[in-house]
Design a binder for this molecule. Structure first.
Ligand code: FES
Length: 91
């Protein structure tokens, strides 16, 4: 298996090669990669892949991961009650 064939985003089946291609095509942020490849738009909303995408982007662009702007957050896939958000129990 080639390095470019590695699946980075399992939810959307996005490979490292597709992320590198997005950067070559001008993606200049994590959000830009997300828009071009859908990496981070799957069921887990990037909880699994976002750090990997950030590391690949930082390595390719010579930037530091902590300097990258975060992706635009999306609401949870499943509804969450205000009681749970406030720290209470949902039961
Ligand atoms: S692994 Fe990328 S969105 Fe879930």
């Amino acid at each position: 298996m080639k390095d470019k064939d590695l699946i980075v985003c399992r939810c959307e089946e996005v490979t490292k090669g597709e992320i590198l291609e997005a950067i070559e095509q001008g993606a200049c942020s994590i959000t830009g990669i997300k828009r071009r490849t859908r990496a981070g738009m799957g069921l887990c909303q990037g909880k699994t892949c976002q750090k990997l995408v950030e590391r690949i982007f930082a390595k390719e662009t010579g930037s530091k991961p902590e300097e990258l702007l975060p992706c635009t957050d999306r609401p949870p896939v499943r509804p969450v009650s205000f009681r749970v958000l406030g720290g209470g129990n949902d039961e």
